[in-house]
Design a protein around this ligand. Structure first.
Ligand code: SF4
Length: 696
């Protein structure tokens, strides 16, 4: 939709989902400004969003299909992909193939990929890089609420009196939300607490920083639950809508504070603020999710909000913020190996049958598919014989990434659809399919507060690039399912998806956007940002203040939880705990942000932060090159000496790849240990040794 200031679209980076206005500048280049009318950002943009116009060049773009490194044409490449997938299914069954997709995909792309794999191929082997980002939040929501429902909204940040950031460097990773929080602090004096082993940029505006030991969040929130009970801060009326409080409290009372490494005074100050402030929002992100106890950490936070009834009311509640622009849309279409479309359950035979009937699909898997880490293990041991990777770079972003590279290289047939041919994964693929990039494609995304926004095309797709939904449909048709994948445009897919969500409503589930199923193409074109639910009467778009949850008895669950340490233990051989994370001005493996010199200037090379005491012990001075070794691999990084990290802990950013820093791939160091409930890897608590590189 062209507005007076340009075409309205959505930023393709983080889950804040900021609205942008795209227009041509006087030199004919695409200029990007914040959309003043978008409810996520009201015109604000961060450094990454405002540099979008600098990242649209064709350097490294994949412009034609390629087979074995040679340019090809679409028909040849699509026939080959369809033939090899069909052959594998014929010879070895549907579970011998897999799709590994991305939170960068638009909802319409995601929907079609999920429909093809689950309903027509007949396997649930579709998983996503969002598994590395928010799977523990999904699992925590489902355990507590009976559905993957985010209770709150961004407006709650404007109305809260206390915001607690747990494992979230909001200032760098969701910068526009952080700006919104700072504005609330200025206007109404909102207090901010940061719970993070590192002193991050988010601590600059904080009233209290709890530098707990990595992985000890359950111990901290169990202590808070205990204090809630001891100080009579429980909401007895709201507890009528829950089960499990007594057991959760009993487990919390067995906990000690020692795993946190925090002093009694620090924790008392935190409990005083939390318990004494009714309008409290707890925001959590990768520091909570990326852990072998990630789901428990999420539920430990939810326990406290449920016990006090601080959920779904203005200015209060838990809020999980997603890393990617459409991680939420992926959850909604069921783009995970353990979910069905529209928040229906793969384990539920009635749900399976209803979706199968709706799709008129030949089959529907009855068992869960392989989650990301297990999927690449299955590639490595030969169970997966045909793999399609879409808009993501697992060869460098999965834990134990050297093993993932070896697995992809050995896979009998690998396809990559992407905008670049220069990723570590694309270099290993047999077939490359050129996909349209942000700015060239049309569809929808859902941000962290359930707001569906349009991404709109402002540029023609270069070369032979095509939208992902079209590529997937062409393969589906060639595999024999012509009618099911015969879409002409994204709006047709969106209408079908919205109609399917009506089934969720019939089954009493949360995700129902069937009110949008009759959208004309013109209405889809002009669709304004829309937060779901669009049908249910939910005050302010929030869930659960009315005490209605999605378990069979309509009650929420508090869980009895105990602290569990990270999977890997430090010791004489690997004495340091490695934390990994994002930088302010880079995104994922820098496919796009790496094209902007302005963004690159912020932190130009990979580095390792270590504490001054540890640097002194190891004889390391600033800017020395250091070798970092783990049981899984090694990397060479530039040392930065900083007391932002605690003694015995080190931090390194995730962004550099084999292309940009061959010796600095951080995920080569990370062990493939996962949360037993969510399957999310523990990316923030590996163990490493550090030593100074001697001059040759
Ligand atoms: Fe884009 Fe996120 Fe920055 Fe908003 S906060 S402009 S969505 S990167």
């Amino acid at each position: 939709m062209s507005a007076p200031g340009g075409i309205r679209s959505t930023c393709p980076y983080c889950g804040v989902g900021c609205g942008v206005l795209l227009s041509e500048d006087k030199n004919g280049a695409l200029s990007v400004r914040g959309d003043p009318d978008h409810p996520a950002n009201f015109g604000r943009l961060c450094s990454k969003g405002s540099a979008l116009g600098e990242t649209l060049g064709l350097e490294h773009r994949l412009l034609a299909p390629k087979i074995d490194g040679q340019d090809s044409d679409w028909d040849t490449a699509l026939d080959l992909v369809a033939d090899r997938f069909s052959q594998s299914i014929r010879d070895h069954g549907p579970d011998s193939v897999a799709f590994y997709v991305s939170g960068q995909l638009l909802t319409e792309d995601y929907y079609v990929a999920n429909k093809l794999m689950k309903g027509f191929i007949g396997s649930a082997n579709i998983d996503t890089n969002s598994r590395l980002c928010m799977a523990s939040s999904v699992a925590g929501h489902k355990r507590a609420f009976g559905s993957d429902t985010v209770p709150g909204t961004y407006e709650d940040l404007d109305e809260a009196d206390l915001v607690v950031l747990v494992g979230s460097n909001l200032a760098w990773c969701h910068p526009v939300l952080y700006q919104r929080l700072l504005a609330a602090r200025k206007s109404r004096g909102t207090k901010i607490v940061v719970v993070d082993p590192r002193r991050t940029a988010s601590c600059d505006g904080a009233d209290l920083h709890l530098a707990l030991q990595p992985g000890s969040d359950v111990a901290l929130f169990n202590h808070l639950l205990r204090e809630i009970g001891a100080r009579g801060a429980v909401d007895p009326d709201f507890l009528q809508h829950t089960n499990g409080f007594e057991a959760a409290l009993e487990a919390a009372q067995l906990e000690t504070l020692s795993p946190t490494g925090l002093s009694e005074e620090e924790v008392r100050a935190f409990c005083d603020m939390w318990i004494g402030t009714e309008k409290t929002v707890t925001i959590y992100s990768q520091g909570v999710n990326q852990s072998t106890s990630g789901s428990d950490k999420v539920n430990a936070i939810l326990n406290c909000h449920l016990a006090t009834g601080r959920i779904g009311r203005p200015g209060m509640g838990p809020l999980s913020v997603t890393g990617q622009p459409n991680a939420m849309g992926g959850r909604e279409v069921g783009g995970l190996a353990n979910m069905l479309a529209c928040h229906l359950d793969l384990e539920n035979p009635d749900h399976r049958q209803a979706v199968r009937d709706f799709w008129q699909a030949p089959q529907m898997p009855e068992v869960l598919g392989l989650k990301a880490v297990d999927m690449f293990r299955a590639v490595a041991d030969g169970r997966i014989k045909a793999l399609w990777v879409i808009h993501t770079n697992p060869a460098v972003s999965m834990p134990d990434s050297a093993a993932v590279r070896a697995a992809i290289e050995a896979c009998p047939f690998t396809v990559v659809s992407d905008i670049t041919e220069h990723s570590d994964t694309a270099r290993l693929a047999r077939v490359l399919l050129p996909a349209s990039a942000w700015g060239e494609k049309d569809g929808t995304v859902t941000n962290s507060d359930r707001t569906i926004s349009r991404q709109r095309a402002a540029l023609p797709a270069p070369g032979a690039a095509r939208p992902d939904w079209q590529i997937l449909c062409e393969v589906g048709k060639r595999m024999g399912w012509h009618a099911a994948f015969d879409y002409e445009s994204p709006v047709e897919i969106f209408r079908e998806y919205a109609a399917l969500s009506g089934l969720a409503g019939q089954f009493g589930r949360d995700f129902d956007i069937s009110g949008l199923s009759g959208l004309e193409a013109s209405a889809y074109d002009t669709l304004a940002p829309t937060r779901w639910p669009v049908i249910a009467d939910r005050s302010g778009g929030r869930f659960f203040a009315d005490g209605n949850f999605y378990h069979g008895d309509k009650k929420a669950r508090l869980l009895p939880l105990r602290y569990r340490p990270p999977a890997a233990r430090t010791g004489p051989k690997y004495p340091f705990r490695l934390n990994t994370g994002r930088l302010r001005d880079q995104w994922h493996t820098m496919t796009r942000t790496g094209l902007s010199p302005r963004l690159g200037a912020h932190m130009p090379e990979p580095f390792l932060d270590l504490h001054p005491n540890d640097a002194a012990t190891l004889g390391i001075t600033p800017a020395d090159l250091v070798e970092v070794r783990s049981p899984n691999g090694s990397a060479i990084l530039r040392a930065r000496i900083s007391d932002a990290v605690q003694p015995g802990q080190v931090f390194a950013p995730i962004h550099w790849t084999g292309e940009t820093a061959p010796s600095g791939r951080i995920d080569d160091l990370v062990a493939a240990e996962t949360d037993p409930v969510s399957g999310q890897p523990e990316s923030k608590a590996s163990v490493v040794a550090v030593q100074k590189m001697e001059a040759a």
